[in-house]
Design a protein around this ligand. Structure first.
Ligand code: NI
Length: 256
């Protein structure tokens, strides 16, 4: 019934993939999308998708990994887009939090992968940390390339920024931080974003939702964040999970 639209199953913090997959299937999560952070993790996602029916994957270079983003790396990432279970280009974007960072290199990699998404007819999964102004500018400048849409993953911004993203046709994905005790501004965003533009995710192994905050996160915990958001929206959980599943299928249209 649930879908985790953004996780990192290949992360060393989740060494026993069989156990993680069995746990989420048991808890009602029937689909997960594994994100790529570089060519190696994107290929890792492909292998997981070929092994587990419930796993789909995205291919891409994370802004904090652009140091090694050259033509060889790009070609490996691009090659994966034609795989039947590759449903997005991601995660891509800007990250000015982890230092040092190269703004120019991040922007070039971001734009190149936005173009890849258009050419390969896939949506994008966007990562943004401390770079909202530049991120919005790039997305607006390349609006014509966002033909297959996209999602702002682990949304942590303002209502105003969310409005801009919605105007660009993008979805907003909520992760564990929505459930944190200090998440007041995010609650306003969650109330503001229409149900048909919401997604939920875990970003496993990071950002476990309350009351598991600080532990290793797993896709099964998407149920907690989804229930929290359903409650905010005043919609019964099963019905709300079905709405989110439909949203995900609309965006990640290659999913069966
Ligand atoms: Ni991520």
């Amino acid at each position: 019934m649930f879908i985790d639209t953004h996780c990192h199953l290949h992360d060393p913090k989740l060494p026993d993939t069989d156990a993680v997959v069995n746990a989420y299937l048991r808890d009602g999560v029937d689909t997960v999308i594994n994100m790529g952070c570089c060519a190696a993790t994107s290929i890792g996602g492909k292998l997981l998708a070929e092994k587990y029916p419930s796993v789909y994957f995205a291919t891409g270079c994370h802004p904090s990994d652009v140091e090694t983003f050259d033509d060889t790396e790009f070609n490996k990432i691009a090659e994966l887009t034609s795989h039947p279970k590759c449903v997005a280009v991601g995660e891509i974007g800007l990250d000015y939090y982890w230092k040092p960072f190269d703004k120019d290199k991040q922007e070039k990699a971001f734009v190149k992968q936005i173009e890849l998404a258009k050419e390969s007819k896939l949506p994008i999964c966007i990562h943004n940390r401390d770079a909202t102004g530049d991120m919005l500018k790039i997305l607006k400048d390349h609006k014509d390339k966002l033909v297959y849409g996209g999602v702002m993953h682990c949304y942590a911004g303002s209502v105003e920024t969310a409005a801009e993203l919605l105007k660009l046709g993008l979805y907003i994905s909520f992760a564990g931080p929505l459930t944190f005790k200090n998440a007041r501004s995010l609650l306003e965003v969650a109330a503001f974003v229409p149900c048909d533009r919401c997604l939920t995710e875990t970003d496993s192994p990071f950002l476990a939702p309350h009351p598991l905050r600080g532990t290793v996160n797993e896709p099964k915990n998407v149920a907690i964040t989804t229930a929290f958001l359903a409650n905010l929206k005043g919609i019964e959980l099963t019905e709300f999970a079905a709405i989110l599943k439909n949203n995900a299928k609309r965006l990640f249209y290659k999913m069966k």
